[in-house]
Design a protein around this ligand. Structure first.
Ligand code: ADP
Ligand code: MG
Ligand code: MG
Length: 923
């Protein structure tokens, strides 16, 4: 024998006793662990036992016989244990005990796996139970449910595709038609008895096998089916979506049945200890009298509310009069006041015990309350915040727990407009794209950016629809309520810019066909014209036909309170990426402590600025460039004044010009002609210049500090604009704190040359103005080489800001603009766990960051370090930034609160770890 040591594979619970407890979820699954815990704290649960998740793995390795060998004896003991408490016997013809067989994994996977109820019935047992209970309707109802569930799940009659209907449902419908009734509750005992016969015949017809009459055969069949359901398509899909590993396996809970279908003194229901949608501290839920299992959620009958208050609320929404409600849909509080009180006490007890909002399942059998399940309830972002803050106020949890309990990403839901609930339920989806930037938007379709501006100026609500967007569309995007593109991924231009603006965007909706000339949009057979209304859900990627009302969510007191707590507990600061005074203001309202990245190139696209910019680019020599730059100087200075003023007293990191120059010139012939006319030169000259700017690999081409080092006059002009703006504000009593950032350095000399240009320009301006301000000169670290020689670069740079978009691109060698072709496949095939442009690759890129910080600080102890890539607003990446010792993260305005919370959590997790270590040492 291989295994001599006896391992425990089955855990008993019931009658205030249990082998397991709440913290054994890994072994017993969430349901099993909580059934044990409830039993221990004296909450009435039907007795039973849990077969461990390890046995699921065993089953997947060694199959049915292998696992039965391991657990047979313990399962028999479990049944005997249950029989003793229940005072009845499994399979007994006079006094039978029935069982349920329920799945239950570590993480809750609601409805994904299978459950079988009323197990242990056959014709003889049924007759016996009729005699014992004196209630033949209840017995035959239970029996037909059992045959259906077992037939579906164990014998495989459940339809595979959505189009097919369950053969048992078909039989029921048939019978109802024949009897001219609409509701299951109108069927009689004789009808149910008839159903059992018909169901069994259907099983025989479809499978060629008789329905098993031996209770033990039924039991083993059900246990194996629950193990099997771990591997069903639904469960696999759900695991993928929620990052649950397949190795975990499901536990199996075998539990004595209690019956909610024994008549008018019995019921079944589900409840939440607080409102899962709003977070309000109101007990709520639904129930049905004389019903079983999932009847409440299955939509067969209209469920009734548990509390009277909830019932009245419900009636208002459902347009039910008070008279009708009281007569036909009364609350549990009204129908069974005593049991209601008991349920109320139990829910309070459970919430106080678990110290979190609970999602409960219960059954009332002939006037006695039984709890069947409890778990921490899923909830919306708003509810998450409110519940955490309320529980802190109610002294149920401490500050740390409150902060750690809110998922940072869920805050997103609170920050963007949302669709009106009733309006959205009637809306029709016409296309689906990527959820590129969250929020809800509704507006009239416009296809061109300049027209978007015109329409918006007239006060119209618009959605900008483009095949894809480019920097030229910025202004149109800025005035649109939302952006829809046919092409492009989550990191496409449209997506990144929209997220930055906090604007709803659906990108890459491949099914939509856009005709710019005819100004039409076609999708799924529906044709839209310019001016037609559509609506976008940027959180799901759904595109709706027509206008749907939206609401701006309120950033309530709870939210503010949570944010204050977060700041109190974090070490890192959170800055924002903002290019305009408006964005800066928004970010400041969200709590940004400065700007971590102000991109100057976006400023050049507006109005006459682009003309001066193009003049500079078209110039053949330095003198010509200087002439163009001289025109840009006052405009740029004004831009900086606006931003510095909005961010007064807080630091603003300004990045000098970064993108390749060809991005500023038109590529379409018509636009080139227009530009030629404007500049007073020939179209051929423009064309030639545009062609000369062409690069094979512009992302690795003439950009970043390479521009500033080949054309120092550009860096000079920008520096001058920055410093003059700051000095102008100083005169008005406003403090600006500029930090000048050199992009894309890879060598010390590259950085040093830029530093010298910047510093000498500043000295000149100081002399001219006879005034001074404080400033810093630093660099972005985004070329891998810069990370490698960070100690050298830090001799010149006073700060580092990790540009993790480019750093990821160059470390992986993935072009961000072309990754759409292979990244999804890589994720699908498991070659990459995450999209490294969304979630920082800590293993690879993270090493470069860590090393660069260490090297940088070895030269310059007080080196200021931050991150300004998209990752600066992604919680797991923020945590990484904390652990490697960054001073701040910077992210788009709408992600600032998320980063603040993530920064606090990172700090709290760290202290938790050190505390643990410290106590471990003491021992
Ligand atoms: P899921 O994990 O999909 O929620 P459950 O195992 O909770 O499935 O079972 C679904 C429902 O079946 C429960 O909510 C409960 O109403 C009913 N049920 C399960 N076990 C029993 C039992 N022992 N007695 C009465 N009803 C039960
Ligand atoms: Mg359940
Ligand atoms: Mg970059």
């Amino acid at each position: 024998m291989a295994k001599e040591i006896k391992q425990k594979n089955v855990y008993l619970f019931g009658n205030k006793f249990a082998d397991g407890k709440a913290d054994m979820k890994n072994l017993l699954g969430g349901k099993g662990a909580n059934l044990a815990e409830m039993s221990l704290i004296g909450v009435p649960v039907p007795p039973g036992f849990t077969i461990t998740t390890e046995m699921c793995t065993e089953y997947n390795l060694h199959g049915r016989d292998g696992v039965i060998k391991l657990i047979k004896k313990e399962v028999e003991e479990g049944i005997a244990f249950t029989e003793k408490i229940m005072g009845s016997k499994f399979g007994d013809k006079k006094n039978p005990c029935l069982f349920s067989v329920r799945s239950g994994a570590r993480a809750s996977m609601p409805g994904m796996m299978d459950t079988i109820l009323n197990l242990g019935l056959n014709d003889e047992v049924a007759e016996g139970l009729v005699k014992k209970s004196g209630n033949d309707r209840f017995v035959w109802d239970s029996y037909r449910r059992f045959v259906q569930m077992y037939g579906d799940v164990v014998m495989g009659l459940k339809p595979e595709s959505k189009e097919d209907i369950d053969p048992f449902e078909e039989i029921i419908e048939h019978l109802k038609e024949k009897k001219k009734v609409t509701d299951d509750s109108q069927l009689t005992a004789a009808d149910f008895k008839e159903l059992v016969k018909l169901f069994k015949k259907a099983v025989k017809d479809k499978t060629g096998k008789d329905f098993p009459t031996d209770p033990w055969e039924q039991l083993w069949g059900s246990i194996m089916s629950v193990f099997d359901s771990w591997m069903n398509e639904r469960a696999i899909f759900y695991r993928k979506l929620n990052n649950i590993p397949a190795e975990w396996g499901t536990a199996v809970n075998v539990q004595a049945m209690v019956f909610g279908n024994m008549g008018l003194t019995s019921a079944t229901g589900v409840a939440f200890t607080r409102d899962a949608g709003t977070g309000e501290d109101i007990f709520n839920g639904e129930y049905l009298i004389n019903a079983q299992g999932e009847d409440v959620v299955a939509g067969i009958r209209t469920p009734q509310q548990i509390t009277k208050e909830g019932s009245i609320r419900w009636a208002k929404l459902a347009n039910v009069t008070e008279k009708d409600r009281a007569k036909n849909f009364p609350s549990l509080e009204e129908t069974m006041p005593k049991l209601y009180k008991e349920l109320m006490k139990t829910q309070e007890k459970l919430e106080n015990h678990y110290k979190d909002m609970q999602d409960l399942e219960f059954t009332i059998q002939d006037g006695k309350l039984w709890m069947l399940q409890t778990r921490n309830g899923k909830r919306t972002g708003a509810a998450m915040v409110k519940i955490a803050v309320d529980m802190l106020d109610q002294k149920m949890i401490d500050e740390k727990t409150a902060i750690l309990r809110v998922e940072p990403n869920k805050l997103d839901e609170l920050l963007h407009p949302v669709f009106d609930k009733t309006a959205i339920s009637n809306a029709k989806v016409v296309a689906k794209g990527l959820p590129a930037s969250p929020g809800a938007a509704t507006g009239q379709i416009v296809f061109h950016a300049d027209e978007a501006e015109e329409w918006a100026a007239k006060g119209k609500n618009i959605i900008l629809v483009r095949i894809e967007t480019s920097p030229e569309d910025l202004k149109g995007m800025n005035v649109a309520n939302g952006i829809l593109t046919a092409r492009g991924g989550m990191t496409s231009h449209a997506a990144v810019v929209a997220r930055g603006m906090g604007k709803c965007c659906v990108s890459g909706a491949g099914a939509i066909k856009i005709d710019y000339k005819k100004r039409t949009l076609e999708t799924g057979g529906v044709k839209f014209e310019e001016g037609d209304w559509i609506s976008l859900n940027g959180s799901t990627g759904e595109v709706y036909n027509g206008k749907i009302e939206t609401r701006t969510p309120e950033l309530s007191g709870d939210f503010g309170k949570l944010m204050k707590l977060a700041d109190k507990n974090s070490r890192m600061l959170v800055r924002t990426n903002a290019d305009t005074p408006h964005d800066a203001k928004v970010a400041r309202e969200f709590g940004a402590q400065g700007i971590g990245l102000c991109r100057t190139e976006h400023m050049f696209f507006e109005g006459i600025k682009i003309k001066a910019m193009r003049e500079m680019i078209l110039a053949d020599d330095e003198a010509g460039r200087r002439a163009g730059l001289a025109k840009l100087l006052p405009m740029q200075r004004e831009d900086f004044e606006g931003i510095f003023e909005a961010m007064h007293d807080l630091p603003v990191t300004v990045r000098l010009l970064d993108p390749p120059l060809h991005e500023f010139v038109p590529h379409e012939e018509a636009n080139q002609a227009e530009m030629a006319k404007e500049m007073g030169i020939s179209a051929a000259e423009v064309k030639a210049k545009v062609e000369s700017l062409h690069e094979f690999n512009p992302m690795l081409g003439h950009r970043g500090c390479r521009l500033g080092n080949t054309y120092p006059e550009i860096s000079e002009m920008q520096t001058r604009a920055i410093i003059e703006a700051a000095l102008n504000l100083k005169k008005k009593g406003i403090t600006a704190k500029p930090e000048i950032m050199i992009p894309l350095t890879g060598t010390y000399k590259e950085m040093k040359m830029q530093e010298d240009i910047v510093r000498s320009t500043i000295e000149t301006v100081f002399k001219e103005r006879k005034d001074k301000i404080d400033y810093l000169v630093g660099t972005m670290i985004e070329v891998p080489r810069a990370a490698l020689v960070a100690d050298k670069i830090a001799e010149s740079a006073e700060f580092f800001s990790f540009g993790t978009n480019d750093l990821t691109q160059m470390t992986f060698g993935y072009s961000r603009d072309d990754a759409g072709k292979f990244l999804p496949v890589y994720l699908e095939k498991g070659l990459l766990k995450n999209d490294p442009f969304q979630i920082l690759d800590q293993e690879g890129v993270g090493q470069l960051i860590k090393m660069a910080i260490e090297k940088g600080r070895s030269t310059r102890k007080k080196l200021k370090v931050g991150i300004c890539g998209e990752h600066g607003g992604e919680p797991s990446s923020v945590e990484f930034c904390h652990t490697v010792g960054m001073d701040y993260v910077s992210c788009s305005p709408f992600r600032v609160p998320i980063a603040r919370l993530a920064a606090a959590q990172a700090a709290l997790k760290e202290t938790k770890k050190t505390v643990k270590k410290a106590t471990a040492k003491k021992k």
